[in-house]
Design a protein around this ligand. Structure first.
Ligand SMILES: CC(C)(COP(=O)(O)OP(=O)(O)OC[C@H]1O[C@@H](n2cnc3c(N)ncnc32)[C@H](O)[C@@H]1OP(=O)(O)O)[C@@H](O)C(=O)NCCC(=O)NCCS
Length: 153
């Protein structure tokens, strides 16, 4: 399957919330997606299959830094490269906007996401003990998009 990410806007908030519900126990509402995507610097990306959203990523840029706000792939579409493609696509767009560093937070109880981020070049810079409701720690990870002459992702 060819994975072709595309930009998404606040007008798709209901579909984004629908996918989020299938991926997270504490999902974001349609209003939350709409509000985030209306913020300056917030960008969203999705992958579709037959018109249906199957993976999503949201980033927020502030000057030369950005945060990955959320990333999710529908359970039926996992381990097919969707999250990897969305990260690469989002990072490339941020790099083109002058972003040098991307941050994210991930639970120590999320081995799949930890493996994904390790593989895609994110490294740990901080830990927030017992940050999540399940008692797990949050790791703060960063990735430099432009360092020591490296080119775009
Ligand atoms: C984490 C998540 C986004 C990964 O999405 P995905 O589309 O399945 O990821 P990809 O197919 O792009 O995976 C790329 C690589 O990351 C690693 N990886 C991804 N999921 C993994 C898992 N469950 N276990 C181990 N490694 C994993 C692998 O190296 C994988 O490559 P491979 O399949 O060739 O081995 C998805 O499992 C998900 O939506 N989980 C629920 C929501 C969530 O936890 N989001 C992240 C919050 S920080």
């Amino acid at each position: 399957m060819k994975i072709a990410p595309e930009a998404v806007w606040a007008s798709s908030a209901a579909k984004l919330a629908g996918l989020h519900r299938q991926c997270f126990a504490q999902a974001w509402s349609e209003a939350e997606f709409a509000s985030l995507l209306n913020l300056p610097g917030c960008t969203g990306w999705v992958c579709r299959d037959a018109g249906r959203f199957v993976a999503l990523a949201l980033f927020r840029q502030a000057l030369d830094e950005a945060e990955l706000l959320t990333l999710a792939t529908h359970p039926d579409y996992r381990r097919s490269g969707h999250a990897d493609v969305l990260l690469t696509c989002g990072e490339k767009a941020l790099f083109d906007q002058g972003v040098e560093r991307v941050f994210l937070e991930v639970s120590t109880a999320n081995p799949g996401a930890l493996a994904l981020y390790a593989r895609t070049g994110y490294g740990e810079i901080a830990r927030r003990p017992a940050y999540y409701r399940d008692g797990s720690d949050a790791l703060v990870l960063e990735k430099w998009l432009r360092k020591d002459g490296q080119t775009a992702p």
